[in-house]
Design a protein around this ligand. Sequence first.
Ligand code: SF4
Length: 352
Amino acid sequence: MSPNTNTDAPLLRVRDLRVQFDTAAGTVRAVDGISFTVEAGRTLGLVGESGSGKSVTSMAVMGLHGRGRVSGSIVLAGQELQSLNDRQLSRLRGRRMAMIFQDPLSALHPAYTVGEQIAEAHRHHFGTGRRAAHRQAVDMLGEVGIPEPARRAREYPHQFSGGMRQRAMIAMALSCEPDLLIADEPTTALDVTVQAQILELIARLQEQRRLGVLMITHDLGVVARVAHDVLVMYSGRAAEQAPVEDLFKQPAHPYTRSLLDSLPRLDDPDDAPLRAIPGSPPSLTSPIPGCAFAPRCARAAEADEAARLRCSDDRPGTAYYAPGRLVACHLPLGVSTGAVPHGAQPPAEEAR
Ligand code: SF4
């Protein structure tokens, strides 16, 4: 899916991405044909429950999909990543695209100082001398808001608080000035105040550096705060993509509606039960002929028999819903049945 209307080539263009893993239980279709773009200077929020394929998507973009079989196209700044070998991809990682994770300790080596690790990334990609790389590391720590950066650069990751470690990881990720930052649940382990600070930091750095950001999260609050556009994933497939305000104001896909409905509200009574989505996502080892959300979908349950059959038997294609918006649903919300030209190609400017 790609609702961008900008005529310039996007920074990242992913087309029909599929990632499959062979397991003892069968082939897992972790990502099942998704398309999206990320523009320079903008944030795309990739949202979904655990197991929806959002992290696998980001790892595939980074070329870190392990034993997964990847097909489709991943073009970063005009370069097709699928045609590169491991060595070429490794050169791009850090330099053109970088990733930060929920747990900074998984990215920071416990036996080296924070400054050494940031400097090493710079030396590796640019061949910078030791002193200059160290100075650059200290500058980077200062830029991400670490007080006394020269002193903190000599400390080890375990001497940093959770929030400071996350800042250090951002400093390391951005030290080689990549074009694309993939942030995989970067604030999930942090308390609310620190979470807000880290999200503000990412937004500030993005604006200063015109970074394209792919923000992976299950948290719609994070999306509302930082994303310009949102791609909602369900069972490895795209459900809908829209500018963030439109998605919150009027979701088009019943799954998005259910996600929004499940958020607690300030005016809920204290003893109000949580509104969970009934049922659970389907197994990814069995082929899903129709819509993956069909067994849980209230909209389909209320539809007539023909529509229900269509939902369970025919996989909905991606259809134009409104300017800048795409949806994969036979019965999108806010539109009477049949009003959306299912299977129709989005207008040319939407089809990048
Ligand atoms: Fe629900 Fe049918 Fe739309 Fe799937 S295609 S989300 S089952 S209405």
